[in-house]
Design a protein around this ligand. Sequence first.
Ligand SMILES: *Cc1c(COP(=O)(O)O)cnc(C)c1O
Length: 397
Amino acid sequence: MSITPLMPVYPRCGVRPVRGEHCHLISEDGTRYLDFASGIAVNLLGHSNEHLIGAIQHQAATLMHVSNLYGSPQGEHLAQRLVDLTFADTVFFTNSGAEAVECAIKTARAYHQHAGNTERFELITFKNAFHGRTMATISASNQEKMHKGFMPLLEGFRYVEFDDLEGVNAAIGPRTAGFLVEPIQGEGGIRDASPEFLQGLRALADEYDLMLIFDEVQCGVARTGDLYAYEQYGVTPDIMASAKGIGGGFPLGACLATEKAARGMVIGTHGSTYGGNPLAMAAAEAVLDVVAEPAFLAEVKAKGERLRGRLEQFIGNYPDMFELVRGRGLMLGVKMKIEPRPFVAHMRDNHQLLTVAAGDMTFRVLPPLVIDDSHIDEFMEKLSAATASYTVEAEPA
Ligand SMILES: *Cc1c(COP(=O)(O)O)cnc(C)c1O
Protein backbone atom coordinates (compact mmCIF):
# COMPACT_ATOMS: atom_id res chain seq x y z
CA MET A 1 0.00 0.00 0.00
CA SER A 2 1.44 3.39 -0.93
CA ILE A 3 -1.40 5.79 -0.19
CA THR A 4 -0.88 7.67 3.07
CA PRO A 5 -3.41 7.32 5.90
CA LEU A 6 -4.08 11.06 5.55
CA MET A 7 -5.63 11.30 2.07
CA PRO A 8 -2.85 12.91 0.04
CA VAL A 9 -4.76 15.88 -1.35
CA TYR A 10 -2.54 18.62 0.12
CA PRO A 11 1.03 19.49 -0.85
CA ARG A 12 1.96 19.90 2.84
CA CYS A 13 5.22 21.65 3.64
CA GLY A 14 7.81 20.48 6.16
CA VAL A 15 6.58 22.64 9.05
CA ARG A 16 4.81 20.42 11.60
CA PRO A 17 3.27 22.67 14.27
CA VAL A 18 2.57 21.17 17.67
CA ARG A 19 2.07 24.30 19.78
CA GLY A 20 1.05 27.92 19.40
CA GLU A 21 2.17 30.90 21.45
CA HIS A 22 0.26 34.08 20.61
CA CYS A 23 1.57 35.07 17.14
CA HIS A 24 4.14 32.27 16.86
CA LEU A 25 3.97 28.58 16.02
CA ILE A 26 6.37 25.98 17.38
CA SER A 27 7.00 22.93 15.25
CA GLU A 28 7.68 19.33 16.21
CA ASP A 29 11.44 19.91 16.01
CA GLY A 30 11.25 23.01 18.22
CA THR A 31 11.60 25.64 15.48
CA ARG A 32 9.72 28.85 16.19
CA TYR A 33 7.87 30.60 13.33
CA LEU A 34 6.26 34.01 13.08
CA ASP A 35 2.73 33.21 11.99
CA PHE A 36 1.54 35.80 9.46
CA ALA A 37 -0.77 33.24 7.85
CA SER A 38 -3.09 32.63 10.84
CA GLY A 39 -4.27 29.27 9.52
CA ILE A 40 -5.46 31.17 6.41
CA ALA A 41 -7.15 34.12 8.10
CA VAL A 42 -8.61 32.03 10.91
CA ASN A 43 -6.73 32.59 14.18
CA LEU A 44 -7.84 36.19 14.72
CA LEU A 45 -6.84 36.13 18.38
CA GLY A 46 -3.59 34.33 17.67
CA HIS A 47 -2.82 31.03 19.36
CA SER A 48 -3.34 30.29 23.04
CA ASN A 49 -5.71 33.22 23.67
CA GLU A 50 -6.93 32.90 27.24
CA HIS A 51 -10.41 34.31 26.69
CA LEU A 52 -11.09 31.91 23.81
CA ILE A 53 -9.61 28.90 25.59
CA GLY A 54 -11.56 29.71 28.73
CA ALA A 55 -14.85 29.98 26.82
CA ILE A 56 -14.28 26.67 25.03
CA GLN A 57 -13.15 24.86 28.18
CA HIS A 58 -16.12 26.13 30.14
CA GLN A 59 -18.62 25.20 27.42
CA ALA A 60 -16.99 21.80 26.81
CA ALA A 61 -17.48 20.99 30.47
CA THR A 62 -21.09 22.23 30.40
CA LEU A 63 -22.59 21.02 27.10
CA MET A 64 -20.93 20.42 23.75
CA HIS A 65 -23.56 19.16 21.38
CA VAL A 66 -27.23 18.26 21.33
CA SER A 67 -28.31 18.55 17.61
CA ASN A 68 -30.91 20.89 16.19
CA LEU A 69 -33.80 18.81 17.48
CA TYR A 70 -33.89 21.05 20.55
CA GLY A 71 -34.16 24.72 21.38
CA SER A 72 -30.85 26.56 21.28
CA PRO A 73 -30.33 29.35 23.81
CA GLN A 74 -26.68 29.49 22.68
CA GLY A 75 -27.55 29.77 18.98
CA GLU A 76 -30.29 32.32 19.60
CA HIS A 77 -27.88 34.49 21.55
CA LEU A 78 -25.12 34.47 18.94
CA ALA A 79 -27.58 34.90 16.05
CA GLN A 80 -29.13 37.92 17.80
CA ARG A 81 -25.68 39.37 18.30
CA LEU A 82 -24.82 38.97 14.60
CA VAL A 83 -28.21 40.41 13.61
CA ASP A 84 -27.54 43.44 15.83
CA LEU A 85 -24.05 43.89 14.36
CA THR A 86 -24.91 43.46 10.66
CA PHE A 87 -27.45 44.01 7.88
CA ALA A 88 -28.98 40.59 8.55
CA ASP A 89 -32.26 39.57 10.15
CA THR A 90 -31.54 35.84 10.43
CA VAL A 91 -28.57 33.43 10.59
CA PHE A 92 -27.97 29.76 9.74
CA PHE A 93 -24.88 28.25 11.39
CA THR A 94 -22.63 25.81 9.54
CA ASN A 95 -19.29 24.11 10.25
CA SER A 96 -17.26 25.59 7.41
CA GLY A 97 -17.06 28.28 4.77
CA ALA A 98 -18.14 26.08 1.88
CA GLU A 99 -21.26 25.08 3.78
CA ALA A 100 -22.03 28.73 4.50
CA VAL A 101 -21.74 29.45 0.75
CA GLU A 102 -23.91 26.38 -0.01
CA CYS A 103 -26.57 27.76 2.31
CA ALA A 104 -26.28 31.15 0.58
CA ILE A 105 -26.75 29.53 -2.84
CA LYS A 106 -29.77 27.56 -1.60
CA THR A 107 -31.24 30.68 0.01
CA ALA A 108 -30.94 32.63 -3.28
CA ARG A 109 -32.51 29.85 -5.32
CA ALA A 110 -35.29 29.35 -2.77
CA TYR A 111 -36.03 33.10 -2.79
CA HIS A 112 -37.17 32.79 -6.40
CA GLN A 113 -38.58 29.28 -6.29
CA HIS A 114 -40.64 30.05 -3.20
CA ALA A 115 -42.39 32.72 -5.29
CA GLY A 116 -42.93 30.25 -8.14
CA ASN A 117 -40.09 31.52 -10.32
CA THR A 118 -38.54 28.10 -10.94
CA GLU A 119 -36.66 29.29 -14.04
CA ARG A 120 -34.54 31.72 -12.02
CA PHE A 121 -31.75 29.58 -10.62
CA GLU A 122 -28.55 30.92 -12.15
CA LEU A 123 -25.97 32.82 -10.14
CA ILE A 124 -23.51 35.10 -11.85
CA THR A 125 -20.10 34.47 -10.27
CA PHE A 126 -16.65 35.83 -10.99
CA LYS A 127 -13.46 34.61 -12.58
CA ASN A 128 -10.62 33.80 -10.25
CA ALA A 129 -13.09 33.39 -7.35
CA PHE A 130 -12.85 30.84 -4.57
CA HIS A 131 -15.93 29.69 -2.69
CA GLY A 132 -14.90 26.30 -1.28
CA ARG A 133 -14.45 22.69 -2.37
CA THR A 134 -17.93 21.14 -2.35
CA MET A 135 -19.57 20.35 -5.69
CA ALA A 136 -21.69 23.52 -5.69
CA THR A 137 -18.86 25.77 -4.58
CA ILE A 138 -16.37 24.43 -7.15
CA SER A 139 -19.07 24.81 -9.77
CA ALA A 140 -19.41 28.45 -8.70
CA SER A 141 -15.76 29.08 -9.61
CA ASN A 142 -14.29 29.09 -13.11
CA GLN A 143 -10.97 27.62 -11.91
CA GLU A 144 -10.42 24.48 -13.94
CA LYS A 145 -7.80 23.07 -11.59
CA MET A 146 -10.60 22.55 -9.05
CA HIS A 147 -12.92 20.92 -11.62
CA LYS A 148 -10.58 18.37 -13.11
CA GLY A 149 -11.64 14.83 -12.22
CA PHE A 150 -14.93 15.93 -10.68
CA MET A 151 -17.14 16.48 -13.70
CA PRO A 152 -19.98 17.09 -14.30
CA LEU A 153 -20.31 20.37 -12.50
CA LEU A 154 -23.54 21.55 -10.99
CA GLU A 155 -25.71 23.62 -13.29
CA GLY A 156 -26.58 27.22 -12.65
CA PHE A 157 -23.40 29.30 -12.56
CA ARG A 158 -22.23 31.80 -15.11
CA TYR A 159 -18.75 33.29 -14.87
CA VAL A 160 -18.01 36.93 -15.57
CA GLU A 161 -14.75 38.89 -15.23
CA PHE A 162 -14.25 40.24 -11.68
CA ASP A 163 -14.96 43.96 -11.34
CA ASP A 164 -16.59 44.09 -14.80
CA LEU A 165 -20.02 45.63 -14.39
CA GLU A 166 -20.61 45.79 -18.14
CA GLY A 167 -20.01 42.05 -18.34
CA VAL A 168 -22.51 41.46 -15.56
CA ASN A 169 -25.09 43.60 -17.26
CA ALA A 170 -24.71 41.62 -20.45
CA ALA A 171 -24.94 38.28 -18.61
CA ILE A 172 -28.25 38.98 -16.84
CA GLY A 173 -31.12 37.02 -18.35
CA PRO A 174 -34.43 35.34 -17.48
CA ARG A 175 -32.57 32.58 -15.57
CA THR A 176 -30.54 34.93 -13.38
CA ALA A 177 -31.20 34.52 -9.65
CA GLY A 178 -28.44 36.75 -8.31
CA PHE A 179 -24.74 37.45 -7.91
CA LEU A 180 -22.20 35.68 -5.74
CA VAL A 181 -19.03 37.70 -5.15
CA GLU A 182 -16.10 38.07 -2.76
CA PRO A 183 -15.80 41.81 -2.01
CA ILE A 184 -12.07 41.09 -1.76
CA GLN A 185 -10.90 37.97 -3.58
CA GLY A 186 -8.73 36.04 -1.13
CA GLU A 187 -7.31 32.91 -2.79
CA GLY A 188 -7.44 34.86 -6.04
CA GLY A 189 -4.68 37.17 -4.75
CA ILE A 190 -6.21 39.82 -2.42
CA ARG A 191 -7.93 41.68 -5.23
CA ASP A 192 -10.46 44.13 -3.85
CA ALA A 193 -13.50 45.02 -5.88
CA SER A 194 -13.95 48.68 -6.76
CA PRO A 195 -16.74 50.42 -4.82
CA GLU A 196 -18.40 51.23 -8.16
CA PHE A 197 -18.55 47.53 -9.00
CA LEU A 198 -20.24 46.45 -5.78
CA GLN A 199 -22.52 49.49 -5.86
CA GLY A 200 -23.38 48.60 -9.45
CA LEU A 201 -24.22 45.02 -8.47
CA ARG A 202 -26.48 46.36 -5.72
CA ALA A 203 -28.27 48.61 -8.19
CA LEU A 204 -28.73 45.76 -10.70
CA ALA A 205 -30.00 43.44 -7.95
CA ASP A 206 -32.55 46.06 -6.93
CA GLU A 207 -33.57 46.74 -10.52
CA TYR A 208 -34.15 43.09 -11.47
CA ASP A 209 -35.14 41.66 -8.06
CA LEU A 210 -31.94 39.57 -7.80
CA MET A 211 -30.09 38.33 -4.73
CA LEU A 212 -26.72 39.94 -3.97
CA ILE A 213 -24.60 37.40 -2.09
CA PHE A 214 -21.27 38.42 -0.56
CA ASP A 215 -18.79 35.68 0.25
CA GLU A 216 -17.01 37.24 3.23
CA VAL A 217 -15.55 33.94 4.43
CA GLN A 218 -12.02 35.36 4.18
CA CYS A 219 -12.48 39.14 4.31
CA GLY A 220 -15.10 39.18 7.07
CA VAL A 221 -14.93 39.18 10.88
CA ALA A 222 -12.75 42.26 11.47
CA ARG A 223 -9.99 41.28 9.02
CA THR A 224 -10.29 44.58 7.12
CA GLY A 225 -10.79 46.70 10.22
CA ASP A 226 -14.56 46.67 9.91
CA LEU A 227 -16.54 43.74 11.23
CA TYR A 228 -17.50 42.96 7.62
CA ALA A 229 -15.91 44.37 4.49
CA TYR A 230 -19.25 45.41 2.99
CA GLU A 231 -19.32 48.24 5.52
CA GLN A 232 -16.24 49.77 3.85
CA TYR A 233 -17.99 49.73 0.49
CA GLY A 234 -21.26 51.11 1.79
CA VAL A 235 -23.03 48.28 -0.02
CA THR A 236 -25.35 45.91 1.81
CA PRO A 237 -25.84 42.37 0.54
CA ASP A 238 -29.05 40.34 0.79
CA ILE A 239 -27.18 37.21 1.84
CA MET A 240 -23.65 36.78 3.21
CA ALA A 241 -21.41 33.80 3.97
CA SER A 242 -19.05 34.10 6.92
CA ALA A 243 -16.59 31.55 8.38
CA LYS A 244 -12.79 31.30 8.82
CA GLY A 245 -12.13 33.84 11.60
CA ILE A 246 -15.58 33.65 13.16
CA GLY A 247 -14.68 30.77 15.48
CA GLY A 248 -11.08 31.94 16.00
CA GLY A 249 -9.88 28.42 15.13
CA PHE A 250 -12.97 26.48 16.14
CA PRO A 251 -14.77 25.22 12.99
CA LEU A 252 -17.77 27.45 12.38
CA GLY A 253 -19.50 29.20 9.51
CA ALA A 254 -22.65 31.27 9.16
CA CYS A 255 -25.03 32.26 6.42
CA LEU A 256 -26.64 35.62 7.18
CA ALA A 257 -29.68 36.96 5.32
CA THR A 258 -32.36 39.59 5.38
CA GLU A 259 -35.89 38.50 6.16
CA LYS A 260 -36.88 39.09 2.55
CA ALA A 261 -33.98 37.06 1.14
CA ALA A 262 -34.69 34.14 3.47
CA ARG A 263 -38.35 33.86 2.50
CA GLY A 264 -37.81 30.40 1.01
CA MET A 265 -35.86 29.00 3.96
CA VAL A 266 -38.78 27.57 5.87
CA ILE A 267 -39.07 24.55 8.16
CA GLY A 268 -37.58 21.40 6.69
CA THR A 269 -35.70 23.07 3.83
CA HIS A 270 -32.17 22.99 5.24
CA GLY A 271 -30.17 21.53 8.09
CA SER A 272 -26.88 20.41 9.62
CA THR A 273 -26.24 17.99 12.46
CA TYR A 274 -23.43 19.92 14.13
CA GLY A 275 -24.33 23.38 12.80
CA GLY A 276 -24.45 25.90 15.63
CA ASN A 277 -23.71 23.52 18.45
CA PRO A 278 -23.14 25.05 21.91
CA LEU A 279 -19.37 24.56 21.78
CA ALA A 280 -19.04 26.42 18.46
CA MET A 281 -21.35 29.17 19.73
CA ALA A 282 -19.18 29.69 22.80
CA ALA A 283 -16.06 30.04 20.65
CA ALA A 284 -17.70 32.62 18.39
CA GLU A 285 -19.05 34.61 21.34
CA ALA A 286 -15.52 34.82 22.74
CA VAL A 287 -14.15 35.98 19.37
CA LEU A 288 -16.85 38.64 19.01
CA ASP A 289 -16.26 39.84 22.58
CA VAL A 290 -12.86 40.98 21.34
CA VAL A 291 -13.11 41.78 17.64
CA ALA A 292 -16.51 43.51 17.48
CA GLU A 293 -15.34 46.29 19.84
CA PRO A 294 -15.01 49.59 17.93
CA ALA A 295 -11.64 50.30 19.60
CA PHE A 296 -10.30 46.91 18.47
CA LEU A 297 -11.52 47.48 14.91
CA ALA A 298 -9.87 50.90 14.86
CA GLU A 299 -6.62 49.26 15.99
CA VAL A 300 -6.84 46.71 13.16
CA LYS A 301 -7.15 49.56 10.68
CA ALA A 302 -4.26 51.47 12.23
CA LYS A 303 -2.00 48.39 12.36
CA GLY A 304 -2.99 47.53 8.80
CA GLU A 305 -1.97 50.99 7.65
CA ARG A 306 1.37 50.81 9.47
CA LEU A 307 2.11 47.37 8.05
CA ARG A 308 1.08 48.41 4.58
CA GLY A 309 3.14 51.59 4.76
CA ARG A 310 6.24 49.64 5.81
CA LEU A 311 5.64 47.03 3.08
CA GLU A 312 5.19 49.66 0.39
CA GLN A 313 8.33 51.48 1.40
CA PHE A 314 10.25 48.20 1.51
CA ILE A 315 9.22 46.79 -1.85
CA GLY A 316 10.36 50.02 -3.50
CA ASN A 317 13.94 48.84 -2.85
CA TYR A 318 13.38 45.69 -4.91
CA PRO A 319 11.52 46.75 -8.05
CA ASP A 320 12.60 43.57 -9.87
CA MET A 321 10.97 41.35 -7.28
CA PHE A 322 7.83 43.08 -6.05
CA GLU A 323 5.12 44.93 -7.92
CA LEU A 324 2.65 46.28 -5.39
CA VAL A 325 0.85 45.87 -2.09
CA ARG A 326 -2.93 45.63 -2.01
CA GLY A 327 -5.79 44.79 0.29
CA ARG A 328 -7.44 46.36 3.31
CA GLY A 329 -6.75 46.30 7.03
CA LEU A 330 -4.79 43.17 7.94
CA MET A 331 -5.78 41.40 4.73
CA LEU A 332 -2.80 42.31 2.59
CA GLY A 333 -1.30 40.87 -0.55
CA VAL A 334 2.11 41.47 -2.10
CA LYS A 335 2.05 41.03 -5.85
CA MET A 336 5.41 39.79 -7.11
CA LYS A 337 7.14 39.95 -10.47
CA ILE A 338 8.48 36.45 -9.95
CA GLU A 339 6.72 33.22 -8.91
CA PRO A 340 5.62 33.78 -5.30
CA ARG A 341 5.49 30.13 -4.21
CA PRO A 342 9.25 29.49 -4.05
CA PHE A 343 9.70 32.79 -2.21
CA VAL A 344 7.00 31.87 0.32
CA ALA A 345 8.87 28.57 0.86
CA HIS A 346 12.17 30.47 1.24
CA MET A 347 10.71 32.83 3.87
CA ARG A 348 9.30 29.82 5.70
CA ASP A 349 12.25 27.43 5.53
CA ASN A 350 15.14 29.88 5.84
CA HIS A 351 13.68 32.74 7.85
CA GLN A 352 10.89 31.11 9.92
CA LEU A 353 8.24 33.43 8.51
CA LEU A 354 4.82 32.02 7.58
CA THR A 355 2.74 33.68 4.84
CA VAL A 356 0.36 32.16 2.26
CA ALA A 357 0.70 31.99 -1.50
CA ALA A 358 -2.31 33.01 -3.59
CA GLY A 359 -3.31 33.50 -7.22
CA ASP A 360 -2.26 36.36 -9.50
CA MET A 361 1.45 36.18 -8.51
CA THR A 362 0.64 37.23 -4.96
CA PHE A 363 1.50 36.13 -1.45
CA ARG A 364 -0.88 36.89 1.39
CA VAL A 365 0.01 38.61 4.65
CA LEU A 366 -2.71 37.59 7.10
CA PRO A 367 -1.43 38.05 10.66
CA PRO A 368 -3.51 37.42 13.75
CA LEU A 369 -5.46 40.63 14.44
CA VAL A 370 -3.83 40.87 17.88
CA ILE A 371 -0.32 41.62 16.59
CA ASP A 372 1.49 44.62 18.04
CA ASP A 373 4.29 46.74 16.62
CA SER A 374 6.93 44.25 17.78
CA HIS A 375 5.39 41.64 15.47
CA ILE A 376 5.34 44.11 12.58
CA ASP A 377 9.04 44.81 13.28
CA GLU A 378 9.82 41.10 13.41
CA PHE A 379 7.90 40.55 10.17
CA MET A 380 9.78 43.34 8.36
CA GLU A 381 13.14 42.04 9.61
CA LYS A 382 12.41 38.52 8.41
CA LEU A 383 10.99 39.69 5.10
CA SER A 384 13.96 41.94 4.53
CA ALA A 385 16.49 39.21 5.38
CA ALA A 386 14.60 36.74 3.20
CA THR A 387 14.52 39.16 0.28
CA ALA A 388 18.23 39.94 0.59
CA SER A 389 19.22 36.27 0.70
CA TYR A 390 16.81 35.40 -2.13
CA THR A 391 18.26 38.07 -4.39
CA VAL A 392 21.81 36.85 -3.73
CA GLU A 393 20.78 33.25 -4.37
CA ALA A 394 19.01 34.16 -7.59
CA GLU A 395 21.99 36.10 -8.97
CA PRO A 396 24.08 34.21 -11.49
CA ALA A 397 27.48 33.22 -10.11
C1 LIG B 1 -11.78 29.60 2.55
C2 LIG B 1 -12.90 30.15 1.75
C3 LIG B 1 -14.08 29.40 1.52
C4 LIG B 1 -14.23 27.98 1.96
O1 LIG B 1 -14.17 27.83 3.34
P1 LIG B 1 -13.93 26.35 3.95
O2 LIG B 1 -14.07 26.57 5.43
O3 LIG B 1 -12.57 25.94 3.53
O4 LIG B 1 -14.98 25.47 3.42
C5 LIG B 1 -15.10 30.01 0.82
N1 LIG B 1 -14.99 31.27 0.38
C6 LIG B 1 -13.89 32.02 0.59
C7 LIG B 1 -13.84 33.43 0.10
C8 LIG B 1 -12.79 31.47 1.27
O5 LIG B 1 -11.69 32.20 1.44
